[in-house]
Structures are given as structure tokens and as C-alpha cells.
Design a protein around this ligand. Structure first.
Ligand code: REX
Length: 438
């Protein structure tokens, strides 16, 4: 395994008790955010000149396997699925199915989509740049910056970013009934405070700092911190600190607009009732998620973003190290600060985030050196089979061709066909209970 963790792995699924992670904030480098931003711009055009080859120590992507994985996603009910690999300057694109079921337009890797929780990595970068600027400290109580906001002074900024605050995830209740829940918030505009108030109706789920439990509420509070400390809207901060410096042409934060600007794939939400038709969920405010999940982007832009992040273009080394202090999620996954780690079957670990927003599943991950990245998207959700199938795009992108066809009594018993079906693919995705229908 490539990665190391502060705490042991192999812990049981679900909430994981931890000893307190006392990770001191590293001394920030003297590089300013503006300097890093300008070097980020240069580096995106000079990837091929790097002395580190993405191929080093990593097998070539299995493009045939990738295509088969996307076909399997369609077989499980996704109208379309696509993936783009950026491998040290070489681009591979794969797409299957449609972006629009009415017109039949084929899905394309150039299509924009809703990235869901990949937004959390953007929010984290903004907040950690503020840490770098000395405007807040990771191990200080959130209530120091937003007096009286949270019910417990023990909740620190680090607890929010690593999902260890104990703040209840209000989306558990909001989307208990999938389509009615979605329709009830589709056109709604919430303030961040209103979302936090929904969470605070329930007591803390755990003692702050002790337990990893994924909760959108954490990143709602991160959004509040960003707005309070900068005096600007979230959209302004994403634009000035990440989107503009990295020249992410397809990335935007248009909340509360309901339309996805430019060419995009439609999103199709699967209802809970068996056999009920998919619901076109493309248009929505995503106000229920905001800094936890409301960004729009493309496969190219997300590859650029995570590659730049892991290559140290957005944060100084000390803070990038902090982002990679892992809390175990399950036997092959860890959560850092707004960043996921997944350990693949070939021993390679990859870094990025996943996203689930009605009608869209996203996986966006990069190698440790940021030289090879993949973003894979299916235009459906509430379908755990599609979610599980799409995880296999990472195996195809980073592990190369599987050594041998799966054999044995359990082969293909629980996952549908296609490559990697039986080979060390985590069946448990870290999402709130009941979030994806089986
Ligand atoms: C909300 C419901 C899912 C989705 C959610 N999404 O919390 C956040 C996110 C923003 O992306 N988190 C994921 C709905 C887990 C991540 O980090 O990868 N499901 C759907 C239901 C289930 O409504 N009843 O599947 O579209």
C-alpha cells in the first residue's frame, strides 16, 4: 500500500471510534495563495515536461475494461456513463449511452454535470488557503469564529473537515423518500443557517472528535466560515481562489440558479418504487447542499483540479499533508480533510472525492503525484448497483488489465459482469444509510 495513516485501517464499517487525532497545524509555507495560483496556471500547461512519468510504477490504463465498466453501468440502469483519464498529458475519453433521453443525444466527456460532494474538496481548499493566510486555525473551536453557532465548543474546524464533529446530517431525513424529498427542495432556496438549524433539531450523534460519520452539515458550517471570514459569497471565493487560477472553463457555482450553464448531460433520478420511470432531475437549486455539494463541472476540469491539488499547486506542502491525515472509513478507504483515499487492488492508492446529487454519480481521483487522474460520471442516482459499478472505473484507470478472469463459486454472485467484478472492489460506499436504493 502506498499511503500511510495516522490511525490503523481495517476497522469495521460505519462509524469508527478513534483516538483523538491531535495533529498540529504545520507551519505554512511563505508562498502566498496568489503565487501558488499563478504557478498552478503554468503547471497545467506543462504537465508533459514533468520528470516524473505517470507510467512509472503504474500499469497503462485498461481502456477496453473502462468501456466495459461504462456499459455495465448502462446495463444497471444508467442512461449514460462517461470517463476521462488525464495521464501525464495524454487524454483518454470513453462514453456510453445518452445525455438526454428525449433527444437521444449521446453523452460526451465534454458535457458538464453536477458534481455533488466533490464540492467538499473545493470548499476545503478555500478554507485551508484561509488557514495558510493566518485567518483561522484548524484546531480552534468553530465557535471562536462564529460565536454561539454550534452547541459544543469542543467542535473544531478540523472536526468539520474530517466529518468528526458529531453534527447530525439533515439530508438523512430530507431524502428518506427519494422523489418526494427531492421535489420538496428542488426549487427551494435555503440560507446556510437554515440548513444548520435543520441539523440542530437533533442532538449531536457523537462526542466531537471521536467518530467519523459522514455529514453534509459539516460542510454547511465550512461554508459559513468561508463567508464570515472573507466577507464574500462562496461563489466568489471558489472563482477567485480555484476556478480562475486553474482556468476551469466548465466549472461554476450558480446557486440558486436551477439551470446548468452550457452543454451538459441531463440527470435522471431513480425512484424508490420498482419499475417507476426515471425522473429528470437536471434542474434544481441544489440549495440543500451549497458548500457541501452544489458545484457544476466537467471531467476535464475535475481532473485538472485534483491533479493540481496533489501536485501542491493550490496549498502549501504542510497543509496538503494535513489534508492527507486519514480517518478510516472502511478496509480500503480513508477520509482526510475534504479528501478521500481509496486503496485499489493493485496496491495503488488514489485521492479525490465522490459525489451523489440527484441524477448524477461522480468519481474523481488522482494518483499520489497527481500525474494520472480520472473523472467518471453516470447520469443517474439512487441506484447502488450503478454506484458500485462506477467504482470499477478506478481499477481500469490505475491498475491496468486484470491478471485473470474471475473464477470460483462467488464469481459474479453479487456484482454484475464486466472486468474487476470480483476483484477487490469495495461493495460498501460511504454514503448515508439508505441513500442509494439497491
Ligand atoms: C443526497 C440524496 C445525497 C441523494 C448526498 N449527497 O448527501 C452529498 C454527496 C452532497 O455527494 N455525498 C456523497 C439521493 C455520499 C459523497 O460524498 O460521495 N438519494 C440520490 C436519496 C435516497 O434520495 N433516499 O441518490 O440521488
Amino acid at each position: 500500500m502506498v499511503s500511510t495513516g495516522m490511525v490503523g485501517r481495517g476497522t469495521a464499517l460505519g462509524a469508527v471510534l478513534l483516538s483523538l487525532l491531535a495533529v498540529p497545524a504545520q507551519a505554512a509555507s511563505a508562498t502566498t495563495a496568489a503565487e501558488r495560483a499563478s504557478s498552478a496556471t503554468k503547471s497545467t500547461t506543462s504537465v508533459a515536461k514533468s520528470t516524473t512519468s505517470a507510467a512509472e510504477g503504474m500499469p497503462a490504463p485498461d481502456l477496453t475494461g473502462l468501456q466495459q465498466v461504462l456499459r455495465s453501468a448502462l446495463a444497471e440502469g444508467a442512461p449514460g456513463a462517461m470517463a476521462r483519464i488525464d495521464d501525464n498529458g495524454t487524454v483518454h475519453r470513453a462514453a456510453e449511452g445518452v445525455a438526454d433521453r428525449e433527444t437521444g443525444r449521446a453523452i460526451s466527456t465534454g458535457d458538464r454535470f453536477r458534481v455533488g460532494s466533490v464540492t467538499k474538496s473545493f470548499s476545503t481548499v478555500v478554507l485551508l488557503q484561509l488557514v495558510d493566510e493566518g485567518r483561522l486555525d484548524l484546531d480552534t473551536s468553530v465557535n471562536t469564529y462564529l460565536p454561539g453557532l454550534l452547541p459544543d465548543d469542543q467542535i473544531t474546524v478540523r472536526h468539520l473537515l474530517s466529518h468528526r464533529s458529531g453534527l447530525y446530517d439533515y439530508t438523512n431525513d430530507m431524502f428518506e423518500a427519494t422523489v418526494p424529498g427531492f421535489e420538496s427542495v428542488r426549487n427551494k432556496v435555503f440560507t446556510l443557517q437554515e440548513l444548520l438549524d435543520l441539523s440542530l433539531r437533533k442532538p449531536l450523534t457523537d462526542k466531537p472528535g471521536t467518530t467519523f460519520r459522514y455529514s453534509n452539515t459539516n460542510f454547511v458550517v465550512v461554508g459559513q466560515l468561508i463567508e464570515k471570514l472573507t466577507g464574500h459569497s462562496l461563489g466568489t471565493e471558489y472563482r477567485d481562489r480555484i476556478i480562475a487560477p486553474l482556468k476551469l472553463r466548465d466549472t461554476s457555482y450558480v446557486h440558486p440558479d436551477t439551470a446548468i450553464p452550457g452543454r451538459h448531460t441531463k440527470g435522471y433520478l431513480r425512484p424508490d418504487e420498482t419499475g417507476a420511470p426515471l425522473v429528470d432531475s437536471t434542474r434544481q437549486t441544489v440549495s440543500w447542499a451549497q458548500s457541501a455539494g452544489a458545484m457544476i463541472s466537467s471531467t476535464r476540469d475535475l481532473d485538472t483540479f485534483f491533479s493540481a491539488l496533489l501536485r501542491g499547486r493550490l496549498l502549501p506542502a504542510g497543509l496538503l499533508t494535513q489534508m492527507q491525515q486519514w480517518v478510516p472509513v472502511n478496509s480500503t478507504q480513508g477520509y482526510g480533510l475534504g479528501l478521500r483515499r481509496r486503496d485499489l487492488s493493485c496496491g495503488i492508492s488514489v485521492y479525490g472525492h465522490t459525489g451523489t446529487v440527484q441524477g448524477y454519480y461522480t468519481y474523481s481521483f488522482t494518483s499520489k503525484d497527481g500525474q494520472r487522474s480520472i473523472t467518471a460520471v453516470a447520469n443517474t442516482s439512487n441506484n447502488s448497483n450503478v454506484l458500485g459499478v462506477m467504482a470499477r472505473t478506478l481499477e481500469a484507470a490505475f491498475c491496468g488489465k486484470p491478471a485473470a478472469a474471475p473464477t470460483g463459486p462467488t464469481a459474479r454472485a453479487t456484482t454484475p459482469g464486466g472486468p474487476y467484478a470480483e476483484h477487490h472492489v469495495e461493495r460498501y460506499e460511504d454514503i448515508a444509510p439508505g441513500i442509494a436504493r439497491h
